[in-house]
Ligand binder design. Structure first.
Ligand SMILES: [Zn+2]
Length: 83
């Protein structure tokens, strides 16, 4: 089991909640991005958004890590891993 004081994705020290400074920033960007996407595609779900983010080449490593981590909480994770 992982030390509770480290990020849930990597082994860097965590800030508040569950991410380190890099993944925390990526998470904020992810959330901000979702708001924009929701504005453009009204019916998009968070899971759809994560899936799309992961298929875009331009998505940075940190954001990709967080998106994958978020997806692990959903059934879609299995889909992405098997692709
Ligand atoms: Zn981290």
């Amino acid at each position: 089991m992982k030390n509770e004081k480290t990020c849930t994705i990597c082994d860097r020290p965590r800030l508040e909640k569950s991410y380190c400074t890099f993944h925390r920033t990526a998470y904020e960007n992810l959330k901000r991005g979702f708001k924009k996407w929701k504005y453009a595609y009204v019916s998009i779900t968070y899971e759809d958004y994560l899936l799309r983010i992961l298929t875009i080449k331009e998505t940075g490593k940190w954001v990709r890590d967080v998106a994958l981590h978020q997806m692990k909480k959903t059934e879609l994770a299995a889909k992405v891993v098997s692709n």
